[in-house]
Design a protein around this ligand. Structure first.
Ligand SMILES: [Zn+2]
Length: 328
């Protein structure tokens, strides 16, 4: 009893001492809590290095797509929902963030894809703000390299008033992608759902068509940046390998979109994969390669900063996100 009493006295003394000590802090904290909340996210850009090259990941916001049956063409809705909930993702929507890359080689500044051009999704269109926050002057860009002609990759070529965003940059596109989307015959016979994309491709490229440089997949598009045929998502879609010194990485762009669905289940065919079977073959080929090479990988629709490492796991793969680093 005596000991208990002593203990409780000691405890109450300690509590009193603590209360005295934290009292002013608690008051200060409650006073500070009245400061207005920021109400918006911090700038979305992130830097890392590959050899001597400085890579900047530039976020363009997100598109939250309502999840419906058919989002994965060859998987049942409950299986898709389970894959999302297993990854702590919402199951009523699919989050589709956009993250493009800038590569500064030391002598050239190259952009790989350009974002949505702030004209389609109300929750996207932060690319230009993030470019500015990253200190990148649009007039300093030497080359804009495009992976494929879906609007979330090409619309940033133009500002909202349709003027060119990067007026002094050359624009490079995959030759098979150009051949498909600029073919009037293919536009005429395209299913209704694709016609809008044909029209958008013409809006973006028609007035600069003679200046656009087409490259054959497999060719180098800038020093150390090599395109890789990665057809399926679109018929001329390319990925890119970026190499400097003894380091290299790959951006798979849209060969693998939402990682919780399509990295985990590489056989699944997304609704935006134009040729589903080809997209699956391409995805497995690229993911096998980067897993074997233990290479850093970027994905245009992966969670920001949209880079990580791929390991094989079960019948699929796992994305192991790269850790944020305060030093380059
Ligand atoms: Zn995309």
């Amino acid at each position: 009893m005596t000991e208990l009493t002593r203990r409780s006295v000691l405890a109450s003394t300690a509590a009193a001492t603590l209360a005295t000590a934290i009292g002013p802090i608690a008051l200060t904290l409650s006073a500070r809590a009245a400061a207005p909340a920021a109400g918006k996210q911090v700038p979305g850009f992130y830097r890392y290095k590959i050899g001597d090259y400085e890579i900047t990941a530039l976020n363009d916001g997100v598109w939250n797509v309502e999840l419906q049956d058919g989002f994965v063409k060859n998987a049942a809705l409950p299986d898709v929902q389970k894959a999302l909930s297993d990854a702590f993702q919402p199951t009523n929507i699919v989050r589709i963030p956009f993250t493009a890359l800038a590569v500064n080689t030391g002598s050239k500044l190259i952009l790989i894809d350009t974002g949505t051009g702030a004209r389609t999704f109300p929750t996207a269109g932060t690319y230009m703000d993030n470019l500015a926050a990253a200190g990148i002057d649009p007039k300093a860009v030497d080359s804009v390299v495009i992976s494929h002609f879906h609007l979330d990759h090409i619309n940033g070529i133009r500002l909202k008033d349709d003027s060119l965003t990067f007026p002094t940059a050359e624009v490079q596109v995959p030759a098979p992608e150009w051949a498909f989307w600029m073919d009037d015959g293919k536009m005429g016979t395209a299913p209704e759902g694709l016609k809008g994309n044909f029209a958008n491709v013409r809006r973006v490229f028609s007035t600069i068509a003679k200046d656009v440089k087409q490259f054959e997949p497999g060719k180098e598009v800038a020093p150390g940046i090599t395109s890789i045929a990665a057809y399926g998502h679109t018929l001329g879609h390319v990925a890119f390998a970026i190499a400097s010194g003894n380091q290299s990485m790959m951006t798979t762009v849209d060969a693998t979109t939402n990682p919780y669905l399509f990295v985990r289940n590489p056989e699944w065919q997304g609704v935006f994969d134009m040729d589903g079977n080809m997209a699956v073959d391409t995805r497995k080929r690229l993911l096998d390669r980067v897993a074997a090479d233990k290479m850093l990988v970027a994905g245009y629709h992966w969670p920001f900063p949209a880079a990580g490492y791929i390991t094989k796991e079960g019948s699929g793969y796992r994305l192991n996100p790269a850790a944020w680093s305060s030093i380059l």
